[in-house]
Design a protein around this ligand. Sequence first.
Ligand code: GRF
Length: 197
Amino acid sequence: MLSLVVLISGGGSNLRSLLAACQDADFPARVVAIGADRDADGLDLGEEFGISTFTVPFTSHPSRDAWGDELLEQIRQWAPDVVVLSGFMRLLPPRVVAALSPNLLNTHPAYLPEFPGAHGVRDALAAGVAETGASLIVVDTGVDDGPIIAQERVPVLPGDTEASLHDRIKIVERRLLVQAVRDIATGHVDLKEHSHI
Ligand code: GRF
């Protein structure tokens, strides 16, 4: 059984799909803890699904490295096989990435390497592209440029707003995430083969 710690900053709708998948006895992974860098709404999913949560507030630490060290400490208490960043809106310090990668995944709402960064959906709309996408990558020390595990195109529709497009992308992100976790757990994907560092 693959054990996961999932880190969030927001509502955690992608996390909810993963938790729902994990409720299936045949699904080969379990979320052992949910972590956040702030008082994220998605932490409520811990109570709903009976899963422990922890919060390491970025703003209560003197530096990014100090925050990262505390976050790593909390993650390690759960000894997860894989850590998933699912809407986690902070850059991890390099030493945290080095400690966890390649067993460190990030979902991104664009077809990387197109539109990296915090505003992937907005940037795709502003660029006027006909299609964007969803990606799941291994996190390494760059910004959204780690090895791609899975990705899929999503069309931009006439009249799309950032919210409507993001909602459709997230449907794909959730499916990619659940399938990738299954593939990693069953050995069909070996994260060690997807490592730049
Ligand atoms: C996802 O699109 C993720 O890729 C991005 O933030 C969104 C998280 O949404 N970084 P949610 O919190 O899972 O609803």
